[in-house]
Write a protein that binds this ligand. Structure first.
Ligand SMILES: [Zn+2]
Length: 124
């Protein structure tokens, strides 16, 4: 039996989002910022062949876009501080937000792909 058949997709997605092994949740999913481990050291579930491709950046852009536009329109920061400072504040805040969200989005998609054994998991 494939290990993904014993783990619910929501649980695998949540564990992946948190950067943990989607199968057991005991070990880190990433060995570097966006490089997933080949296999979990605890449960030996394999993740090295899973390719999330453009899904993680796509989700990150969608989420940040939905945060950025209301923030710009409702805060109206350019009335309080100069425009150049406003651009700098938004650029730093949104860049940091993207850096935090990107590995979480990738983990989320790896968890879903692993749990569903969907296309994107290359056959070995
Ligand atoms: Zn594991």
């Amino acid at each position: 039996m494939h290990p993904s058949q014993t783990v619910e997709m929501k649980l695998a997605a949540r564990r992946g989002f948190l950067g943990r092994c989607p199968s057991c949740g005991k070990t880190p999913l990433f060995r570097a910022y966006l490089k997933q481990v080949h296999a979990c050291l605890a449960c030996h579930a394999e993740f090295g062949r899973i390719r999330a491709d453009d899904a993680a950046p796509w989700l990150t852009i969608i989420v940040i876009g939905h945060i950025f536009l209301p923030l710009v329109f409702f805060l109206d920061l350019d009335r309080v501080i100069p425009f150049w400072a406003c651009v700098a504040v938004y650029a730093v805040f949104l860049s940091l937000l993207a850096l935090v969200l990107l590995p979480r989005a990738k983990g989320l998609f790896i968890g879903i792909l692993w749990a569903t054994r969907a296309p994107g998991v290359e056959a070995g």
